[in-house]
Structure formats: C-alpha cells, structure tokens
Design a protein around this ligand. Sequence first.
Ligand code: NAI
Ligand code: 3PY
Length: 311
Amino acid sequence: MKAVILDAASLGPDIDLSSIRTQVDELEVHEQSTTEQSRGRLAGAEVAIVNKVVLDAATLEALPSLRLICVLATGTNNIDTATAERLGIAVRNVTAYGTASVAQHTLMLILALANRLPLYQRDVAAGRWNRSPFFCLMDHGTLQLEGKHLVVVGQGELGSRVAALAEAFGMRVSFAARPGNEANDSRPGVAELAPRADVISLHCPLTDATRHLVDANLLATLKPDALLVNCARGGIIDEQAALAALREGRLGGLGVDVLPIEPPREGHRLLDALAESLNLIVTPHNAWITPEARQRIVTLTADNLRHWQQG
Ligand SMILES: NC(=O)C1=CN([C@@H]2O[C@H](COP(=O)(O)OP(=O)(O)OC[C@H]3O[C@@H](n4cnc5c(N)ncnc54)[C@H](O)[C@@H]3O)[C@@H](O)[C@H]2O)C=CC1
Ligand SMILES: O=C(O)C(=O)CO
C-alpha cells in the first residue's frame, strides 16, 4: 500500500513519522503541496495523508486509486467529504490529540482579554506607566471571570475541557445546542444564550450550519463587555461584523486563533486592526502545536491506518 504525506512540514521538523511508516509498504513524504501539485503526487497512491491541503471534488475525482484520506487534524473542512463519500474514499481524522494544548490556548485568550492585556501592553510600551500620576494604570476596566457566564458552542473534546478549566476560575458554563439542530436539542441555542453571556468560546466544526454562526445579528444581542473567542475555524464568526462591534464598543474583546484563509497571504482586516488600540488578539492557528499534541497526531494516524486496513 502506497501512502503520500502532502504537507509534512505542518507537523514540524521534530516529529518522528516512523509509526506511520510501519503501517504502509511505501511512504512518500512531501513537505508542502498545493492542491494542484496534490493531484500528481497522489496519482497511484491508495492513501493520502494531509493536514490542511485542500482536496476538492476535482482533485478527488482525478484519483481513481485513492481509498483513504488520513487527516492530520480534527477539522476536516479542507476535504470535500461529500465527494469522498460518493467516490467510496474513507476519511479519518484525529480527535483528542491536543485537548490540553488547545484548551490551554483558549484559556490564555480568555484570560488575556479579560485582563485587557493587549491594551495595557500597548500603554506600557508607549511609556504611559512611566508618566502615570500614581503607581498603576487602570484606564481599561478588567473583567473578573469568577461568577461570570461562559457560553460554549460545541460540547465535544475541546469545548468540554475549556468548560472544566473555566469552572476552575469560578465561571458558570452553558453549552449551546448544536447549530442547525436546535429543534431536537434540549440545550438552549446560542442565540438564546448570547445576551446572557460574558464570554463566548467556539469549539464546533466549520460546516454550512456553523458558517457565520456569530454574525452581526447575534453580535447585536451581546452585552457590550462580552468577550468572544474563536479557536475553532475562521468563518464561524463574521470577522468583519465582530471587528465593527469591537471598534464601536459593542464587544469587550475578540480573540481568534483562526482566519478564513490560512496563511492569510492577502492579509486580513483583523491583522490590520492589530495596529489600533483594541482589546484584540490574533494568534497564528497555533493552539494545537505543543510537541506532545503533534507527536500524538502521528500515533493516532498510525492507529487510523491500522484500523482501516483491518476493516
Ligand atoms: N485552533 C486549533 O489549533 C484547533 C482547532 N480545532 C477545531 O476545533 C473543532 C472542535 O474540535 P473537538 O472538540 O476536538 O471536536 P469534537 O468533534 O470533539 O467536538 C465538536 C463538537 O461540535 C459539535 N457541533 C456543533 N455544530 C456541529 C455541526 N454543525 N456539525 C458537527 N458537529 C457540530 C459536535 O456536536 C461536538 O460536540 C474542530 O472541528 C476544529 O475545527 C481542533 C483542534 C485544534
Ligand atoms: O486539528 C485541527 O483541526 C487543527 O486545526 C490543527 O491542525
């Protein structure tokens, strides 16, 4: 069985691929591939191993030998899964590989926004503390998390761990109903919970049901001091509407680890806004990157290959 890794560089140079190698007859490793290059590189292979390269319908249709796609991530939104299913190509992702890593990053964003870290860091760098008439700066009101209400969208691996960490800070947590399935869900929908939220944290996949889940209408119902954190996928928030709310004082803070197009080669309005005095944090989709999590991805992918071969 021949397998091809299309974007090994995205796992980092320190990661040992040997557990994957032992599961296949031949492993071809490419550091990075475009969608166009993928077609040629996957020709004749039974297995594609991919982190974030987009495998669209045209690509999959051009690969009659392909039987399995192993995604080196939890999110599978870069794969046309409907086409894969139609063509009989199995898709296996990895889950629970980096729960501690991503949850830690999410809490970092919540804590930094609650304490207005972007604003105070800027003030200190500008020498405002040096010129302060008294011993501290307190121009930006901070948010005590204890006693406040966290709304989590996506009661899966990551949402549940973030909830547990937030509870350790004394927060009260509500899980929103699964978007698109509110009628069959006993939990309240995010629209119902949003006006009562002090913090909203997103941990659902990007699907047609979750694209722009947090849009201008939902943002308009938030408390003006509420914090919004997205460590899931770009596009679940309408980033333009969220930035407008932040600038107009209708949102207390915005923290994102993900953007709709990554890397953002053409730029993005949130990146431009980092130059402004806003309670805004953008991290480069690196919530997951602890060495432990990246090595676990390889182990779980080897398991996926073994289980698939065993039928
Ligand atoms: N920023 C980062 O580094 C990382 C981001 N992620 C993102 O976080 C997301 C969540 O990861 P996990 O908690 O591990 O996944 P999970 O599968 O354990 O949980 C996802 C939850 O979202 C819910 N959900 C809500 N709307 C849904 C819909 N329309 N379709 C399907 N499920 C829906 C599911 O019911 C489930 O409770 C991933 O899909 C991925 O996009 C995952 C790992 C790292
Ligand atoms: O696992 C995921 O879904 C990530 O976003 C990290 O690659």
